[in-house]
Design a protein around this ligand. Sequence first.
Ligand code: UP5
Ligand code: MG
Length: 198
Amino acid sequence: FSPDDVTVLFVLGGPGAGKGTQCARLVSEHGFTHLSAGDLLRAEQERPGSQFGDLIKNYIKDGLIVPMEVTVQLLENAMADALRKAGSAKGRFLIDGFPRKMDQAHRFEEAVCPARMVLFYDCPEAVMEKRLLERGKTSGRADDNAESIRKRFRTFVETSMPVVDYYEKEAKVVKIDATASPDKVFAETQKRLAERLG
Ligand code: UP5
Ligand code: MG
């Protein structure tokens, strides 16, 4: 992938901050391709014949980061698929929930391309916990329970925030308050994106 052809935005934030919700809106109004690393991992876990099924299942339940080779490969494949389907070398991608560990960030930048910017949805744990427990009543997600949520928060603070700090030093981070309603958060997202991407 050439950075001349491909624009990548990383979308980061704690579990339940609203990454997926905001990405869906950006897709419908701005024509990005949305790739959620968590969704790709869950799909791979379900795929018959996958050699990684059990591994992914255990990592997700414990809120741990699946070894990066697996996730980076899934993302590369999904990006290539999307470009093929669009019949174009050019594309704009929202990579949601990735990178959440420094080794992933380095690998992606080497293997794919550097990110143009990072949207960081900032949300207090108490708000995220409430959202996730509510969603857990119907989501069927194996990690939307109090114990897994606690583990996900811990991984976020210890392992994923250093990635945000790293991109902050590169002046790539746009930090957005994620506590307001989805509409308000989206309005702020659009405003900040317009300032950065024109
Ligand atoms: N909601 C959203 N916005 C709201 C708002 N503004 N006001 C009120 N409610 C709002 O939203 C969560 C819930 O909150 C929904 O019910 C929504 O309606 C409501 P959502 O948009 O889904 O938030 P999101 O940030 O996407 O939350 P998600 O649960 O997807 O976050 P995670 O980062 O925990 O999940 P992900 O799928 O990215 O990763 C899951 C696991 O996969 C990780 O824990 C890890 O084990 C593994 N993983 C890796 O190993 N490697 C990777 O690179 C990525 C993931
Ligand atoms: Mg999500």
